[in-house]
Design a protein around this ligand. Structure first.
Ligand code: KG4
Ligand code: ZN
Length: 358
C-alpha cells in the first residue's frame, strides 16, 4: 500500500560540481531551490578537481540549505523527508551531501532517502507539469551528460534496464575534449556550440563511430582523435578562428548524427520490449545543444516516439530532481537506513533499486 507524504521534502545534490538544494511540496511543486555552480573553482584546472569539489560543497551547502528553508518560510520540523544524491559520482562530494542529509534526518527524526543520481535524471520528466499525463511508464531515457551517456528503459520507480551506453567517452566529455583541442576553455559544450554557428558543418567528413551498428552503444574517442589530427595540421596556437569554427561545426554534426542513429536503435529496442512505449526523454547537459535536440526530434518522429527534454535547468545537475526522486520513493514507502554508504559507482539496474523485487 503506497504511503502518501504529507509534508514537504528537502533534496540535496553534490555528486559532481553543482551544489544544489531544493524544497518540494508533497505534490512535487517547487517551494524553493538554489544551485551553485563550481565552474569558477574548477576552470583554472580545465576540469573538475574532486578534492576542490568536495571542499566547495562543504563550504556552500549549510548556508544554501538555510537560505532555501528561509525562502520557503519553513523550518526543519516542517519537513516530511530528506533526500540526497548518494551516487554515482565523486565520493568526497557524495559524502558531504549525504552526511548533511543524515544529520538533519537524525536531528528531526525524518525519513532519509539515498537517491541514485541517475534515477533522479530518469524521473525528472515525471515532475508535475512537464509532460502531459506525467510521463507514464514505460519510457526511454537518453542520458547525455559530461559523465554519463546511456539509453535506459524506465519501467517503474526502481525498475530500469540499461539498453546501451558509451564504450569510451561520454558525449559531454567528447565536447569538452574537442573544445580543449580548439583552445575554447571549459566546460566546452556551450562554447563549442556557439563557435559552430559560424562554421561549415560539411567542411570535414569526420568519422561517425558506431553508426548503423546493431544495438545502441556509443563511442566518441575515434571522432575526438580525428579532430585532434585535423587540429595538428596547424602550428600550435595558430589555428585560425574560421578553421576552428568549421571543425566545431563538423564535429557537432557528426555527434548529432551518431546520437540520433543510436537513439533510433534504442527506440526500436524499447518498442520490441514494450509496444506501449512512445516517449523519448532526453536529459543531461548535452540535451541543451540545439543541433542534437533537432536531430533527436526528427529521429523520434521517424520512430513513432515523442521526444521531450526537460527545461535546461532541470536537464543539468540540480536538486529538484533529487527531491522528486526522493518523493517518488517515499510515496512507495521506500526509505534508506542511516548507515547507507555513498557509492562512487552505482548502476541504475543494480540489485536493490527496486524494493518490491523478490
Ligand atoms: O549534466 P551536466 O550539467 O553535468 C554532468 O556531467 O553531470 O552536463 C555537463 C556536460 C559538459 O560536458 C558540457 O560540456 C555539456 O554537458 N554541455 C553541452 C552543452 N551544454 C553543456 N554539450 C554540447 N552542447 C551544449 N550546448
Ligand atoms: Zn547528472
Amino acid at each position: 500500500m503506497a504511503k502518501l507524504l504529507i509534508r514537504p521534502i528537502l533534496g540535496i545534490e553534490s555528486s559532481c560540481d553543482e551544489t544544489a538544494t531544493a524544497l518540494l511540496d508533497t505534490d512535487g511543486s517547487v517551494l524553493a531551490e538554489a544551485v551553485h555552480s563550481q565552474q569558477a573553482e574548477h576552470t583554472p584546472f580545465g576540469g573538475v578537481v574532486p578534492e576542490i569539489a568536495a571542499r566547495a560543497h562543504l563550504a556552500v551547502l549549510p548556508g544554501q540549505i538555510a537560505q532555501v528553508m528561509a525562502q520557503a518560510g519553513l523550518v526543519f520540523a516542517d519537513l516530511g523527508g530528506i533526500a540526497a544524491s548518494a551516487g554515482p559520482g565523486l565520493i568526497g562530494g557524495l559524502i558531504v551531501g549525504s552526511q548533511m542529509a543524515k544529520g538533519i534526518a537524525i536531528a528531526q527524526r525524518l525519513p532519509y532517502v539515498a537517491v541514485n543520481h541517475l534515477e533522479a535524471h530518469a524521473l525528472t520528466a515525471r515532475l508535475p507539469g512537464l509532460v502531459p499525463d506525467g510521463a507514464p511508464f514505460p519510457y526511454l531515457l537518453l542520458l547525455l551528460s559530461g559523465g554519463h551517456c546511456q539509453c535506459v528503459a524506465v519501467e517503474a520507480v526502481g525498475r530500469y534496464a540499461r539498453l546501451g551506453g558509451t564504450i569510451d567517452d561520454a558525449a559531454g566529455e567528447a565536447f569538452d575534449k574537442v573544445a580543449k583541442l580548439l583552445g575554447l576553455g571549459w566546460p566546452g559544450g556551450p562554447v563549442l556550440e556557439r563557435l559552430a554557428q559560424a562554421g561549415d558543418p560539411k567542411r570535414h567528413d569526420f568519422p561517425r563511430p558506431m553508426l548503423r551498428r546493431p544495438g545502441c552503444d556509443f563511442s566518441f574517442s575515434g571522432l575526438k582523435t580525428a579532430v585532434a589530427r585535423e587540429v595538428a595540421k596547424h602550428p600550435p596556437g595558430a589555428l585560425p578562428m574560421a578553421e576552428a569554427a568549421d571543425i566545431a561545426a563538423s564535429f557537432q554534426r557528426a555527434v548529432a548524427e551518431v546520437i540520433a542513429d543510436r537513439a533510433g536503435h534504442a527506440m526500436a529496442i524499447m518498442r520490441a520490449r514494450d509496444p506501449a512505449a512512445r516517449l523519448l526523454v532526453v536529459a543531461g547537459g548535452v540535451a541543451a545543444n540545439t543541433a542534437i535536440r533537432m536531430a533527436l526530434t526528427r529521429q523520434a518522429e521517424a520512430s513513432g516516439f515523442t521526444m521531450v527534454a526537460p527545461p535546461i535547468r532541470l536537464c543539468t545537475d540540480n536538486a529538484v530532481m533529487v527531491a522528486w526522486a526522493g518523493l517518488e520513493r517515499l510515496r512507495l514507502g521506500w526509505t534508506d537506513d542511516l548507515d547507507f554508504a555513498p557509492r562512487p559507482r552505482w548502476p541504475l539496474d543494480s540489485p536493490g533499486m527496486n524494493r518490491d523485487a523478490p
